[in-house]
Write a protein that binds this ligand. Structure first.
Ligand SMILES: Cc1cc2nc3c(=O)[nH]c(=O)nc-3n(C[C@H](O)[C@H](O)[C@H](O)COP(=O)(O)OP(=O)(O)OC[C@H]3O[C@@H](n4cnc5c(N)ncnc54)[C@H](O)[C@@H]3O)c2cc1C
Length: 437
């Protein structure tokens, strides 16, 4: 069969692309490398997504205007594509409605345990429920979905469109398609790729999201002449529990209680980050700092008061009745730890969070990668731009694989899902328009 549109990757971008292309009348195939229980990429871990609105809505209070989003995006961007950034801002007011129309439920503000947010909406049941709803909709609309199906190469067909070689359950097959939308996520889930870009220090990192977004498709697009964009050595990295899984720890292994205690490296020496303070984004500053520690390992030390105020984490802290016992459990020199804690407690600036009351607790921390600021250049129709400036009229990319077009550094909470959903939707619409007119 010759498909009209084949979408590679079944995360939020791929699902939005597949649904939009199907709405445009195309015969759509969706290839997802993960098995069904792990489908959906990183949006499974997502809590909320950013949206603009001029009035309070059922799922978001107060207002958050396009002008505010534009101003906040300026802090993160640098040398970005203005047209794509404006397109994102323009569609950020309709994406929630589009997701609702396709089966996603959003949580009313002030209910459940979600914090107040006028900038973001929270899918009811979390990112996993959102993903499940979109899969159900895609399935109902007639998108042909294949799990365990990894696209391994992409070749231009002699007559029309593309041939995709797919490995599924150990067997290789060729798929013919008039157009391709690549939504295979940003690079970073491949330890060998990380080591190549970030050096041997990356061996101590953990990947917070899916192991299936390994960057292979990005490499393929670049090898075929696609224009790379962004910096493969700039990334978003946060402290995560070192005892968590190497991949897919999600948000529950993130350590967010650093402002309540003291951080030491594995020698017991105190480490700090200038300006990190207790801002909600402090952890994005701590991730890179921990990445420079010996063994990429650090420990958050809390006393019983700090622990009582700390947000719960997936893994219980290591606890001990005394600091020397705790040091022994962490294999840290007790004298060094005690000396640094005494010094910390004696510093007037730390008066509100001294470490004095037993029992004591520790969280071992490693850097956890969220995404890399690197991807493929696209134009406002989501067509992949070649290094020579040309483009194929039937090759599109959307989602984190092209996020660096608008996000060169830093991050805004909730932007990943919005960006992937908006650009996925546009890519699907354009691919359907290309094949169906
Ligand atoms: C722990 C964590 C928490 C996050 N929380 C939030 C949040 O609260 N709000 C927010 O806005 N953003 C959040 N993000 C970011 C957000 O999840 C991503 O920006 C977004 O999900 C990216 O979607 P995507 O579809 O482009 O890529 P991905 O989610 O990476 O999906 C890519 C998909 O492609 C598939 N794939 C990869 N290679 C192939 C191949 N060769 N063949 C076939 N399929 C392939 C993968 O299996 C995967 O399903 C979070 C990210 C992480 C890691």
């Amino acid at each position: 069969m010759l498909w009209d549109v084949t979408v590679i990757g079944g995360g939020i971008a791929g699902l939005c692309a597949a649904i939009a292309a199907r709405r445009g009348g195309a015969a759509v195939r969706l290839l997802e490398a993960a098995p069904r229980p792990l489908r959906g990429g990183n949006a499974r871990h997502g809590r909320n997504f950013r949206l603009t609105h001029e009035t309070p809505l059922d799922y978001v209070p107060d207002t958050y205007t396009a002008a505010e989003l534009r101003a906040e995006l300026r802090c993160t961007t640098g040398d970005t594509d203005r047209a794509l950034t404006e397109l994102l801002i323009e569609r950020a007011d309709s994406i929630a409605g589009w997701l609702i129309d396709h089966g996603v439920h959003l949580q009313p503000p002030g209910t459940g345990v979600m914090p107040y947010s006028r900038r973001t909406a929270f899918p009811l049941g979390g990112g996993k429920a959102m993903i499940n709803a979109l899969y159900a909709t895609a399935n109902r609309m007639g998108v042909a979905i294949s799990y365990d199906s990894e696209a391994r190469s992409l070749q231009r067909a002699k007559d029309e469109g593309w041939t995709i070689n797919v490995r599924s359950a150990g067997a290789d097959a060729a798929i013919r398609t008039r157009s391709v939308v690549v939504c295979a996520g940003g690079p970073g889930a491949d330890p060998a790729w990380l080591r190549e870009k970030f050096g041997s220090a990356a061996e101590g990192w953990m990947v917070r999201g899916t192991p299936y977004s390994d960057g292979r498709l990005l490499d393929l697009l670049i090898a075929a002449g696609g224009c790379a964009i962004g910096d493969p050595t700039t990334c978003h990295v946060v402290p995560v529990d070192a005892r968590g899984p190497q991949f897919d720890g999600g948000i529950v292994t993130r350590i967010t209680s650093i402002p309540l205690g003291l951080v030491v490296d594995r020698s017991g020496a105190r480490i700090d980050v200038a300006g990190a303070g207790s801002q909600p984004t402090h952890y994005a500053k701590w991730g890179p700092r921990i990445a420079t520690c010996p063994g990429q390992l650090a420990y958050l030390i809390l006393d019983t008061d700090g622990l009582a105020r700390a947000a719960p984490s997936a893994l219980a802290p290591i606890t001990a009745p005394g600091l020397s016992d705790l040091a022994a459990m962490l294999a840290i020199d007790p004298a060094a730890l005690l000396q640094n804690i005494d010094h910390f407690n004696a510093t007037p600036a730390n008066a509100a969070r001294t470490i004095t009351e037993p029992p004591f607790a520790a969280y071992p921390m490693r850097p956890g990668l969220t995404f890399v600021h690197y991807g493929i250049k696209v134009d406002p129709t989501m067509r992949v731009v070649q290094a020579d400036g040309s483009r194929h009229d039937d090759l599109f990319a959307a989602g984190m694989i092209m996020a660096a077009n608008v996000l060169r550094r830093g991050y805004l909470a909730g932007l990943g899902i919005t960006l992937s959903a908006v650009f996925g939707q546009i890519a699907g619409e354009e691919a359907a328009r290309h094949v169906r007119g």
